[in-house]
Design a binder for this molecule. Structure first.
Ligand code: ADE
Length: 237
């Protein structure tokens, strides 16, 4: 899988892409994150990517041409001669559809995700209308731009790709044991139960005891399984 990020602040992604789990998975070739500077597709000598808005107003508006060219080039680069590339172009905006765990699962099945990180309040609306396949919001608040949303998509999606972390199969096992039958559709929105570790009893002050649940200390696998199922949470279907 390839994540292509189009941004005017590529340096923001350096520490993120070098974080240990992401770095290791990239090295193993499980996925790739390619961060691109939008200015590379500007065609004047000043590398202009924004202009004053039509009709006047404060601030600048990001131009459609460099974004269009970037998307076209990145899409054709990922195209495979043998099979259809399953790719999606995402634009981040607080007006978009709310990002959920279910969406993360949907995205984890793609071959390529091209993410356009606009600066909010300043991107030619034709990018949303004609270029983006999906407009995504990460919550009902306004950020300066799409860079943090892009990192959130990368992090939520990559942890679902087999081999990045060991958890998804583990979750599936829990749901199977709960119902006595396979129910993989539920796994898509399932949050694992809370975890505890030693000490069994923590005493922050004399007379105060914060205890780990008895069921988890029982050594009885059936009881432990029941506790896990009871305390897991379904966040989206
Ligand atoms: N850009 C600015 N605010 C945003 C949000 N909440 N979600 C996605 N993109 C944004």
């Amino acid at each position: 899988m390839i994540f292509d990020v189009i941004t005017i602040f590529p340096e923001l992604f350096e520490p993120f892409c070098n974080e240990s789990l992401i770095k290791r998975a990239k090295k193993k070739g499980i996925f790739d994150i390619r961060v691109h500077n939008l200015r590379d597709w500007a065609d004047d000598k000043h590398k202009t990517v924004d202009e004053k808005p039509f009709g006047g107003g404060l601030g600048m508006v990001m131009k459609i041409e460099p974004i269009y060219k970037a998307v076209q080039e990145l899409k054709s680069e990922a195209r495979s001669p043998k099979s259809e590339t399953n790719s999606k172009i995402i634009l981040f905006t607080p007006r978009g559809k709310k990002f959920t765990q279910k969406k993360a699962y949907e995205f984890s099945k793609l071959d390529q995700i091209i993410m356009i990180c606009g600066r909010y309040e300043g991107i030619d609306e034709r990018v949303a209308r004609y270029i983006a396949d999906e407009k995504i919001s990460i919550g009902d608040y306004v950020l300066m731009g799409g860079e943090l949303p892009a990192m959130i998509i990368i992090e939520t999606v990559t942890r679902l790709i087999p081999g990045v972390i060991g958890k998804p199969e583990f979750l599936a096992q829990h749901l199977i044991s709960k119902k006595g039958e396979a129910c993989p559709e539920l796994v898509e929105g399932f949050l694992e139960h809370p975890q505890y570790t030693r000490p069994e009893v923590f005493e922050p002050a004399p007379g105060i005891q914060w205890k780990a649940p008895k069921a988890l200390l029982s050594g009885d696998h059936k009881k432990i399984g029941e506790w896990h199922n009871k305390h897991g949470k379904i966040i989206s279907k």
